[in-house]
Design a binder for this molecule. Structure first.
Ligand code: DON
Length: 601
């Protein structure tokens, strides 16, 4: 049982009084309530693996198996991450794919440094800040085959940004991988060609997006059988995707960006009056970036810089949280959850105002991640009252989507890779390019597509995130690593969930560092989410008991339930070298570790 003390050194007012008032209620809570995945027959231990020869954690067992197979063949963290990425592109088409993009954070053990590969989608050259809106400022009416495409930034050909995944994976592998690319892609080709059983969550997503997947002939061909959406248990075979993957295995990214595949992609884009042309594909560049980093209670936190907002805000929020000794608070108590919410609210207000592609706009990364800024901003937190978001900014609805995916890998040499990849919303634009099997993203929706509007995740962004040719839309994807004092990676993690990526990663880190939870508990514990706008504290079932709930409401928080916050895939390495891999119980992931490792000559 936890005991509550006066905790705050810097803000004695914040917890000094409140902790005493709330102590009795909080102390009666069980330490944490595990999240239960209602759709799974698995038990918590199925989501945990341990070993010393490397670890792969991905959101589908087949992707994990492919990564582990690479480690067993003597491959390194990049071989495993790339193999798992290609497989996840086949088995989670609702989340990611060759028509999408992502970020990869790599820790090089020898050189003791981290590198970031940004292969996110970019706006086509013909794109403009007003491309989605008509003269009255409303979304344009786009028709396809006689049907109105209601949300042209989320569905259809105009929503597609220039895909970066293939170039990103191939180039990263060429520079850092050890195994032949053909070996690394082989598992994905085999699964695409032979097929795999449709699982419940995939069947549900196909059903959810049925209207749009049915509209586009390329998608209808892949996700429907005899005119009906594929159901759980049926086999999803992707012949065209297998062929596209074979061309990548044989020619690297050339065919995809300049050859036959590129011509098929362009033909599809033209069919729906999209903007991407051959120059866009040929000109796509992977960008290497400098990671953003900070210190949290002596641990070094390294994460994704802009054009993701994730790393900056994770560090900004940790800096605010660091000002109080959270270990003395209850992880499910109102005192902690109030402070956590206020910290999230302030960081997401900054996101809306300050964030965009750093190659186009000025993003004050150093200011936002400085300890001094965190002190200044958190000084406005009232220990007894929720700050209305309207006193910091506008209102907007929020959406949910089970898309995007994260893979964490560590090899036995201590190299590590964390990569988050996406087609954005579920099945991206819902357009599969005919003859390629490639699901095209709808990443244009991550830009500010309409002044004052919000995107599919209810996120409001400002003019810094306006559309411009070749610009990268703002992201929340946050592949993250925590390093110990010797510079060794002690924790790798990431998540899908749009804005909830940032808060899921944050809470997992705090659970490990402050609440000293084992990784399995840290990942499975219930989570909350606040993103400034809408001014609502979203909470998972069991995130707090009735007493804490009442106290949060009394403080002025508007509470609203949410099915889940993120889907964390994480690895923790103990000082002894033992690695723990944990997949989030919220989804269908699985950790895996090599049984026998072959030495590579
Ligand atoms: O880059 C981003 O932040 C979004 N496109 C990610 C979308 C996402 O995570 C959807 N998953 N639930």
């Amino acid at each position: 049982m936890r005991i509550f003390f006066k905790t705050s050194k810097i803000f004695p007012l914040l917890f000094g009084v409140t902790a005493c008032v709330t102590a009795a209620g909080d102390a009666n809570l069980p330490l944490f309530k595990s999240y239960s995945n209602k759709n799974s027959q698995r038990v918590a231990s199925d989501y945990h693996a341990q070993g010393t020869d490397g670890m792969v954690v991905a959101a589908h067992p087949l992707a994990t198996a492919a990564g582990v197979a690479m480690l067993e063949k003597g491959g390194n963290a990049i071989d495993a991450a790339v193999a798992a990425s290609f497989v996840i592109s086949v088995v989670r088409p609702q989340s990611t794919g060759l028509g999408g993009g992502g970020f990869l954070l790599y820790h090089d053990k020898e050189q003791k440094r981290q590198r970031i590969f940004d292969f996110r989608e970019r706006a086509p050259i013909k794109a403009s800040s007003s491309m989605f809106i008509d003269e009255q400022g409303n979304y344009k009416k786009i028709m396809f085959n006689g049907q109105l495409v209601k949300d042209p930034a989320i569905v259809g050909h105009l929503s597609v940004a220039v895909p970066g995944l293939v170039k990103g994976l191939v180039e990263t592998h060429r520079e850092l991988g050890k195994l032949d690319l053909r070996i690394v892609i082989a598992p994905a080709i085999e699964i695409a060609a032979k097929g795999f059983p449709v699982y419940l969550a995939l069947a549900r997503e196909i059903k959810d997006r049925e209207q749009w997947l049915r509209l586009y002939p390329g998608s209808r061909k892949v996700f429907f059988l005899d005119g009906k959406p594929l159901e759980a248990g049926q086999t999803l075979v992707q012949d065209d995707l297998a062929k596209t993957l074979q061309l990548i295995a044989a020619h690297g990214h050339r065919d995809f960006y300049e050859g036959d595949t590129s011509r098929k992609l362009i033909a599809e884009i033209k069919r729906g009056n999209g903007l991407i042309d051959a120059t866009d594909l040929r000109g796509y560049r992977v960008i290497e970036r400098v990671p953003v980093s900070g210190y949290y209670r002596g641990h070094r936190v390294v994460s994704m810089p802009p054009p993701s907002s994730g790393g900056v805000h994770i560090i900004e929020m940790l800096n605010m949280l660091e000002q109080n000794d959270l270990s003395k608070l209850h992880p499910r108590g109102a005192t902690y959850l109030h402070y956590l919410t206020e910290v999230m609210r302030r960081a997401f207000a900054d996101r809306a105002k300050e964030m965009g592609d750093p190659d186009f706009v000025d993003v004050p990364v150093h200011r936002l991640t400085s300890k001094a800024y965190a002190q200044k901003v958190s000084a406005s937190i009232d220990p007894e009252r929720a700050t209305p978001s309207s006193s910091i900014g506008l209102s907007a609805p929020t959406g949910e989507s089970p898309s995007t995916t994260h893979i964490s890998v560590m090899d036995r040499w201590g190299n590590a890779a964390a990569t988050t990849q996406t087609v954005n919303y579920s099945f991206g634009s819902c357009v599969v390019a005919e003859g390629t099997g490639v699901v095209l993203n709808d990443e244009m929706d991550d830009f500010t597509t309409k002044p004052g509007g919000s995107n599919a995740f209810g996120l409001v962004t400002g003019t810094k995130n306006n559309i411009a040719p070749k610009k990268t839309p703002l992201s929340s994807m946050s592949p993250t690593m925590v390093l110990n004092k010797e510079g060794r990676v002690e924790l790798i993690l990431g998540s899908p969930g749009g804005p909830r990526i940032i808060t899921a990663v944050l809470q997992a880190i705090v659970n490990v560092i402050d609440f000293k939870m084992e990784l399995l508990d840290a990942v499975h514990a219930t989570r909350v989410h606040h993103q400034w706008m809408p001014d609502t504290l979203r909470f998972e079932d069991g995130a707090f008991d009735n007493d804490s709930k009442k106290r949060l409401v009394d403080m002025g928080h508007k509470l609203s339930p949410i099915e889940s916050v993120g889907d964390v895939q994480a690895i923790q390495r103990e000082q002894s070298g033992l690695m723990h891999g944990v997949s989030d119980v919220r989804s269908d992931g699985k950790p895996g570790t090599p049984a026998h490792v072959k030495e590579l000559k």
